[in-house]
Design a protein around this ligand. Structure first.
Ligand code: NAD
Ligand code: TYD
Length: 342
């Protein structure tokens, strides 16, 4: 039995990944290490507490002593690193947590993984490190220069470079994935899609930045998780793999699709002041991961948005508890004061 240390497993993608890997791989245990920031929600993993192949530990990746103490009794074979501050708007307000977690935290985790001699370290990154595209530019490849435009993407780019440097200098067994915008169950309702669905369900205005014509390449979260796991299992050490959804849409198209499915009027759309430095377009060329590892995304946007709207409609309790912050009690209820245990 192999033990995978998953960081940030209480967040949106991390929690989907924990379920994915436990379901698809019988021979792995998961130790989920997460500090539980506002974005960490153990309710995303409800039902796994009694699974003998799953353990939760609470620690800050930027605190090397805390990470070592939390997993002192574990043999860590592989690391899949999701933990990050992930919201662009928050990074524009205040970048400090982004530097601490995304940059300092990633280096601390690299040091930990080297000391433990892990076999593989998958660093989960973003297409935003490449900067932005114009309407007719070719999609990002792994060779596209790194030109981040927001404090968030700059901090992720920094973490990618630290992983790259560790591979080059120390022969570190790192792999980097750069994925486009994810959507699906358990996404925190500050991000475009869950914010718009939950607002529409409450008949509240949908705040679209600028003219709503910015383009993102949307990927169903389960497809991203599957791709990360293909890279974990079969990716070549030291390589970067782009992951995309093959589903470019303007924000306005996304919002209209949500309103259409919910049968709500487009008059709920409210155009608001644009995000400073708002990247115009992201698009992924995923030919490398397809050719090298045979990965292709399975769920297109129409099907994915249908399932996502259905999930948020059926799971109103989940997002109402996030909006009211009631979800923050879950750790104490499940794990009491036993910080670092689970
Ligand atoms: P999220 O914000 O939903 O979750 C982040 C998780 O990391 C939370 O559980 C949080 O508690 C934890 N965390 C934050 N700081 C920590 C720290 N110092 N120590 C330990 N845990 C900490 O994020 P997400 O959307 O699930 O994204 C996960 C990863 O995927 C990130 O690295 C992000 O950059 C990357 N990514 C996200 C997207 C997207 O569309 N959401 C796209 C491409 C890449
Ligand atoms: P977001 O989900 O924050 O992801 P990212 O900025 O990392 O791509 O935003 C997706 C797009 O939606 C982006 O172009 C900004 C836009 N947006 C809005 O128009 N209104 C909103 O309230 C939010 C959160 C985002």
């Amino acid at each position: 039995m192999k033990t995978i240390l998953v960081t940030g497993g209480a967040g949106f993608i991390g929690s989907n990944y924990v379920r994915h890997v436990l379901t698809t791989c019988e021979d792995v245990r998961v130790v989920n290490l997460d500090v539980l920031t506002y974005a960490g929600n153990l309710e995303n993993l409800e039902g796994l507490e009694d699974d003998p192949r799953y353990r939760f530990v609470r620690a800050d990746i930027a605190d090397a002593g805390a990470v070592e103490a939390a997993v002192a009794d574990e043999t860590v074979d592989e690391v899949v690193h999701f933990a990050a501050e992930s919201h662009v708007d928050r990074s524009i307000e205040d970048a400090s947590a982004f530097l601490r977690t995304n940059v300092v935290g990633t280096q601390a985790l690299i040091d930990f993984a080297r000391a433990r001699e892990v076999a593989r370290f998958v660093h989960v990154s973003t297409d935003e490190v490449y900067g932005q595209l114009g309407p007719d530019d070719p999609a990002f490849t792994e060779e596209t220069p790194i030109q981040p435009n927001s404090p968030y993407s700059a901090s992720k780019a920094s973490s990618d470079l630290l992983v790259r440097a560790a591979c080059h200098t120390h022969g570190f067994p790192g792999l980097i994935t750069r994925c486009s915008n994810n959507y699906g169950p358990y996404q925190f309702p500050e991000k475009l899609i869950p914010l718009m669905i939950s607002n529409a369900l409450e008949d509240r205005p949908l705040p679209v930045y600028g003219d709503g014509l910015n383009v993102r390449d949307w990927i169903w979260v389960e497809d991203h998780c599957a791709a990360v796991d293909v890279v974990r299992q079969r990716g070549e050490l030291g390589q970067v793999y782009n992951i995309g959804g093959r589903s470019e849409r303007t924000n306005l198209d996304v919002v209209k699709a949500i309103l259409g499915q919910l049968g709500k009027p487009e008059s709920l759309i409210e155009f608001v002041k644009d995000r400073p430095g708002h990247d115009q377009r992201y698009a992924i060329d995923d030919s490398k991961i397809t050719a090298a590892l045979g990965f292709v995304p399975k769920v297109g946007f129409d099907e994915g948005i249908r399932q996502t709207v259905a999930w948020y409609t059926a799971n109103e309790t989940w997002w109402q508890r996030v909006k009211s912050e009631a979800y923050r009690d879950y750790y104490e209820r499940m794990y009491g004061e036993r910080t670092g245990e689970g």
